[in-house]
Design a protein around this ligand. Structure first.
Ligand code: ADE
Length: 233
């Protein structure tokens, strides 16, 4: 199987290549980004660091699909918690994703609904999600299935975090996952989004500090999920 792994930040990908002891067999530069190819057991892995935000994420996803023909795409990294019950290091597997900043509400359309699309949220691969949840136990952390929302905003505000949680029934926020899932939806390609929580998205007034201090820890937790998944997929 060819698995595409997309991370927003190099720090997130480094935790995965470190855990899996991956050394690239090939590297290709495309559209200001580099893509690496590795062999892991019977699988081929292609990785890309997309950069921050939905446009960067969409470009990398489509280029990866076109150039490397992955069977599945996995987006891995960190996120902010929108729940009081999920804290630093806990892992959210996205059941589906919504772009929380897509706003055509003046037309009477629900916030997050993309104009003229036949879906409100972008679903992930339920069989991969099940594989993860059935096989993984992280001793120190919770691992949950839930909705993730993405937008071109770093959420560092208690009332905004509470609004997103309530409006979308979401448990975590980040800036790329829904765009990656959107591109995969258009390409009819299975996608999985694995995020570990680096901060409370402002619920505790400390999002920036937490993010800076805990992003490596959270990225390492998310990487452990990928390692475990690769053993079972
Ligand atoms: N990624 C990690 N934490 C985040 C936050 N609070 N808002 C948006 N993206 C994030």
């Amino acid at each position: 199987m060819i698995l595409g792994i997309i991370c927003a930040m190099q720090e997130e990908l480094d935790e995965i290549t470190k855990e899996l002891a991956l050394t690239p067999v090939n590297r290709i530069d495309l559209c200001s980004n580099s893509y690496s190819v590795y062999t892991s057991g019977s699988h081929t892995i292609v990785s890309g660091v997309c950069g921050i935000g939905k446009v960067n994420a969409a470009v990398t996803t489509q280029l990866m699909i076109d150039k490397f023909t992955p069977d599945k795409i996995i987006n891995v990294g960190v996120a902010g918690s929108l729940s009081q019950n999920l804290v630093f290091g806990d892992v959210v597997i996205a059941e589906d994703l919504v772009q929380h900043d897509f706003d055509i509400t003046p037309f009477g359309v629900r916030l997050g609904q993309i104009a003229r699309m036949d879906t409100f949220s972008f679903p992930t691969d339920s069989s991969v999600n099940k594989l993860i949840l059935d096989n993984l136990a992280l001793p120190e952390n919770k691992i949950v299935l839930g909705r993730i929302v993405s937008g071109d905003q770093f959420i560092d505000d208690k009332s905004k975090a509470e609004f997103l949680a309530k409006e979308f029934d979401a448990v975590a926020c980040e800036m790329e996952g829904a765009a990656i899932a959107h591109v995969c939806y258009l390409n009819k390609l299975p996608v999985c989004v694995i995020r570990s929580l680096s901060d409370m998205a402002g619920q505790d007034g400390e999002a920036i500090h937490s993010f800076n201090d805990l992003k490596f820890m959270a990225a390492a937790r998310a990487a452990k999920v990928v390692v475990n998944l690769l053993e079972h997929i």
